[in-house]
Design a binder for this molecule. Structure first.
Ligand SMILES: O=P(O)(O)OC[C@H]1O[C@H](OP(=O)(O)OP(=O)(O)O)[C@H](O)[C@@H]1O
Ligand SMILES: Nc1ncnc2[nH]cnc12
Length: 194
């Protein structure tokens, strides 16, 4: 299962990013970065897995993702199910009802802006990577405050302790399709969905 994704991950190069005086080993992969290019067969594998695991997304109002690299994960799910994609943006629009949240990852900090959801909506959250869990934690806390129901949370690639932090802080289980370890020497597969 997910063989194309796993094979591509072990081939991913690793670069070093510096943030707050700490070095962060950052893997560069089609799904997390769009580099060197995103192939349809991997998107097909990922979207089929998510849709099958979520029973076709019945009763879900929106697939919710964070720009930029969550977008190629969400769109094939929308194409196959008809459930629309809603994108949390890094740009402020100032529309009525816009909600602002603070994102923090292992290598960046910034603001995110959520438009287009209302109390009582039911969403499936998808993203490309979970690492520290900072992005998802901010988003899930925000959805909770808004009264938006979360049907499920999927991250294609997991590295680090993000899912445990999310479970402890929000009670949501994050389904990680493939878990990896990243060192300066490269990526290895550590586990994931069967
Ligand atoms: O678990 P975390 O430590 O929060 O890291 C995961 C987040 O980092 C990446 O987004 P990034 O903000 O780098 O933007 P991008 O999608 O545009 O690359 C990724 O798409 C996740 O949203
Ligand atoms: N592309 C990426 N590589 C390594 N860690 C990440 N965390 C979030 N995105 C990442």
């Amino acid at each position: 299962m997910l063989e194309k994704l796993k094979k591509s991950l072990v081939e991913a190069p690793v670069i070093q990013k510096e943030s707050d005086g700490k070095i962060y080993n950052y893997f560069v992969h089609p799904i997390s970065d769009g580099i060197p290019s995103i192939h349809a067969d991997i998107l097909d594998e990922i979207s089929d897995f998510i849709i099958r695991s979520e029973g076709g997304l019945s009763g879900v109002d929106a697939v919710l993702t964070v720009e930029s690299m969550g977008i190629p994960i969400a769109i094939p799910v929308t194409m196959k199910t008809g459930v629309p994609t809603c994108i949390v943006r890094k740009r402020k629009y100032g529309l009525p009802g816009e909600v602002e949240l603070s994102q923090s990852t292992g290598y960046s900090k910034g603001q995110l802006f959520l438009n287009g959801l209302k109390k009582g909506d039911r969403v499936l959250v998808v993203d490309d990577v979970i690492s520290t869990g900072g992005t998802l934690l901010a988003l899930l806390n925000c959805l909770n405050r808004m009264g938006v129901t979360v049907a499920g949370v999927y991250c294609v690639i997991g590295r680090g302790s993000g899912p445990e932090i999310i479970l402890k802080e929000t009670g949501h289980k994050v389904t990680v399709l493939v878990d990896i370890d990243v060192t300066k020497d490269g990526v290895t597969i550590a586990g994931g969905c069967e």
